[in-house]
Design a protein around this ligand. Structure first.
Ligand code: CP
Length: 355
């Protein structure tokens, strides 16, 4: 079984720690790794726009001595002629040793991984997950804060649609004594499946609407963009934009060693005058992303996955109810679900349904 990274929970906590440890070593001495992937090819299949994720994957492979192929716009590939995810993934896996894939459809990378002859990395699937951003965030916290436990973390903005938030909360819930302050409007609050995850790990969390009220308690403030492209109408987006803006004035009550992270891109949720504040680490965070992806590429190419073959989702004659699930358009896909108490959970997009 290939070592795919679709959901961060495909890996164990000790595997995350190994990837982060190697990334720290690469940051110290990149030259040592400059031939680590000589002769290997990474394919970047980006069905959705990206700057950081795509380019950091590409430069990661180039800095490891490998090469890169792919598309950054499906309209310039045979996807525009109607080629399925299955066929695209199968064909490209004959050309490349590893694939990084981004899609607006939830579960797309998981679907692709069922048909490839090489590892697949989820580079973001709709509003669902973004595990390599989470590895970036874990490396940033390791390097800039010095620990991954005992933190009070404020997450602010679009917690409903922000896939980076979902992945990060799930990862940090696995480390001891982390507390989450969820700062959003009611309309953009965290989905139930992520709250269920925090409950399962007995994590403390609090939902509030005021950034100003929360800021003095925080070790880490994770700002996010209101994700215009995920709203069903422009009117709904207009009602939510500009609500959370971090500026110098709001930072007056913050701890002197609080760190400000943001997966970027930003629109207006952090004003430019915050950039020079030494607590702002979001530009460093984007650089850490390149190193952690170097480490991840090596890890996936050098390991196989014995756990995956033991997982047995079952097929049901039911359609997932999420309109953005990949099974809605790629109709040949088996309808895989997992059972959890009285819930059916779609294996592609994590949509829950009462049995
Ligand atoms: N953080 C992130 O995913 O950025 P891009 O959309 O530019 O890849």
């Amino acid at each position: 079984m290939y070592k795919h990274l679709i959901d961060l929970n495909d890996f164990t906590r000790s595997e995350w720690e190994e990837i982060i440890h190697t990334a720290v070593e690469i940051e110290k001495n990149p030259q040592k790794y400059s031939h680590a992937c000589e002769g290997k090819i990474l394919a970047t299949l980006f069905y959705e726009p990206s700057t950081r994720t795509r380019m950091s994957f590409q430069t990661a492979m180039l800095r490891l001595g490998g090469n890169v192929i792919g598309f950054d716009n499906p309209d310039t590939s045979s996807v525009s002629k109607g080629e399925s995810v299955k066929d695209t993934a199968k064909i490209v896996s004959g050309y490349a040793d590893i694939i990084a894939m981004r899609s607006a459809q939830e579960g797309a990378a998981y679907a692709a991984s069922m048909f490839t002859d090489c590892p697949v990395i989820n580079a973001g699937d709709g509003g669902h997950l973004h595990p390599t951003q989470t590895l970036t965030d874990l490396l940033t916290l390791t390097q800039e804060v010095g620990r991954l436990n005992g933190l009070t973390i404020g997450l602010c903005g679009d917690l409903k649609n922000g896939r980076t938030v979902h992945s990060l909360i799930r990862a940090l819930s696995c480390f001891e004594n982390n507390r989450f302050i969820l700062i959003s409007t009611k309309e953009l609050s965290l989905p139930p499946y992520v709250k269920n995850f925090m409950d399962a790990y007995n994590c403390c969390y609090q939902e509030i609407s005021s950034l100003k009220e929360a800021v003095s308690q925080l070790d880490v403030l994770y700002m996010t963009r209101i994700q215009r492209e995920r709203f069903s109408s422009e009117a709904e987006y207009q009602a939510q934009k500009h609500i959370y803006i971090l500026d110098k004035e709001k930072l007056t009550d913050a701890k002197p060693d609080m760190k400000i992270l943001h997966p970027l891109p930003r629109v207006d949720e952090i004003t430019d005058d915050v950039d020079a504040d030494e607590r702002a680490v979001y530009f460093k965070q984007a650089v850490h992303g390149m190193y952690v992806r170097m480490s991840l590429i090596m890890f996936c190419l050098n390991h196989s996955d014995h756990r995956r073959s033991a997982q047995r989702p079952f097929v049901l004659n039911e359609q997932c109810e999420n309109p953005n699930c990949i099974t809605q358009t790629e109709t040949y896909l088996p309808h895989y679900f997992e059972k959890n108490a009285d819930m059916l959970i779609c294996k592609y997009c994590s949509q829950r349904k009462l049995i």
